[in-house]
Design a protein around this ligand. Sequence first.
Ligand code: HEM
Length: 548
Amino acid sequence: MEHSLEDSSPKDLLSNLSRNDVFLVTNYNILQTHLNHGWFYGLVLVVTCIFSLRYYGLHSRKQLSQLPGPKGLPFLGNALQIPLVRPWLKFMEWASIHGNVYSLTALGMKIVIVNSCEDALELMHKRSAIYSDRPRMEVIRKHGGWSFAVSTEPYGPNFHLKRRMINQFFNPTATHKTYHTLSRNALAFARSALDQPMKIQSYNRRYSGANIMKLAYGHEVVEDDDQWIVNADKAVHELESVGAAGIHPIDIWPILSKLPLQIWGKKFVRNMAATKEATREATTKPYDVVKRDFLNGTAIPSMATSLIEANLKPDGRVEHEEAINGSLAMTYLAGADTTVASIDTFIIAMIHHPEIQLEAQKTIDELLQGERLPTFEDRASLPYVEAILREVEYRWKPVLPGGVPHCVIQDDEYRGMSIASGSMIFPNLIGMMYDSTDFLDPLRFSPRRFLKSEGNRYSLREDVRNPEQIAFGFGRRICPGRHFATAWMWITIATFLAVFEISPCLDDKGEAILPDLEYEPGLVSHPKKYKCHLRPRSQAAAMVLHTS
Ligand code: HEM
């Protein structure tokens, strides 16, 4: 489902006004009418309005209650109760006690946890005019060199500029134009994986990265250890070593950043320097290469060349260069790791659930008769594959289980409770994906939950929430790469299902080595290293794979 809140109508904005705002608008109209009848009445009305507004404000504030939440310690709040590893699991546990919207505090910072999709859409989608800021990320922006990233950008003109740059190349129409590249890479990925299934994880990384490098910089990735990909992965790795963004004391009290960094310890200083350097390698270096080639007339057309051309001034300067450079880098840094994680999850799910794999293959065979590989035109005719996409890629093992925090920029009221301006809002995506009001029996892996069947024909149920509505975030911060990511995942899933029997490797005793279902604890949820066995489903499948 689309949430293009970047173009909210005035009606939407009006509905976002709080009761106080509506009261103020109404009184202002009355005041204007009365002023036409004489200054005295006007004055009386002004005084009355001021008093009534103040009274109303105080009175309504008194009526609002505090959000529930676990009791914390003085000053520290809940800081010591929030686990540093997989905090989203604790957030789910607290939701079962305090409800789906509750608050925490940490060192004076207010945090609101949102654990249900309905509440997240109500707050972060419908009220996105005020819920689209990010928490201050002073540490990684100022000291780690990540100010280029739109994901760390406060809600304001730079955010809009960068979003516009990215949206131009990742909206549905633009994504459509990448289908040819995506189909070609899905095929190349399948052929490489068949040759060396042991290297499936590194091929996944290579081909998922190749799509974005080609689109962003026109850069062809031809080997596993492509330097641009290695540099970008290093930048993400260094960032993760800094820890969760937005919760360092410097983020909470920016005045602390005026103190020498050394007070936070040698390791912190080293991490910051390494992060900054890795970031420079991953952003400015590729941009400079493409800019040089563009000015020489030898660059391959790409997002980079289009943006440089559109912003080139007669004196040779490129306007908005920092934003262009940052937007290009961001597409890889936000888009590669996430799609890699979800494709790994698909392989793992198929190894664990051969019966689902077989059923999906049956529906593909019915449509294609083994004569060709699936194409994007087949998508609507393959509901079972769509259901696997929903269950595997979004719901079962969400790529960003804890979501990405937003920040609210004005005091708000929600269901009679107050949410203070500046609160950090955590959309706990895993809590939403495992919410039994939306997904019955949520612990069970079951693409069938999204399907109904008539005879032997499947179709998608419309009365079950599509988890894609949650997986990519909310409101004006919704992931701009969602159409592209979905297209890449779909074509990869459909291709692999059409040609391979995906099964576990066997140990010396002939026992299946099943991939571990406990994932790594990082912000982006990756599986541990796993092995799989791939075999063409038939001679015909092998032929199709090699001749397509
Ligand atoms: C499976 C793949 C992906 C998933 C699950 C995913 C998910 C998300 C989520 C949950 C957010 C946070 C949204 C929010 O704050 O409410 C986000 C932000 C973002 N994503 Fe993705 N994403 C994926 C792929 C991509 C791709 C391919 C791109 C390439 C353009 C991309 C670019 C971004 C950017 C630039 C942001 C920051 C947006 C902002 O702060 O305004 N993502 N993504």
